[in-house]
Write a new protein. Sequence first.
Length: 121
Amino acid sequence: MNIGDKLRKIREAKDYSQEYLATKLKITQPSYARIENGCTRLSTDRLEKIAEVLGISPELILNFEDKYMLHRSIEQSTTDHTNQDHNGHNHAKTIELLEQEVKDLREERNRLLGIIEGFSK
């Protein structure tokens, strides 16, 4: 998955529009769209600014894997207003995403520990 795809999936998980990110980055929406589409090379500085707007580290963006994404459903499009911040962003999906990532990492850890135990016998 390329960096643009990762940015798009993270942005969508946070319920941010391209327009919102573009405004925060002080660029136009078409300019931001070119970043996600891979038409514009992403500098380290720009990646750091995007990460700041998304509220995550640049490393998390670079290491992001699609398997941690929750698929959107019709129920998710009707948001629970108690989970929205003053900008109208739904944080419940972000929390669910992180919980799933923790679960997947624990499973991977246990699998690797099993492999290590097999070598030590």
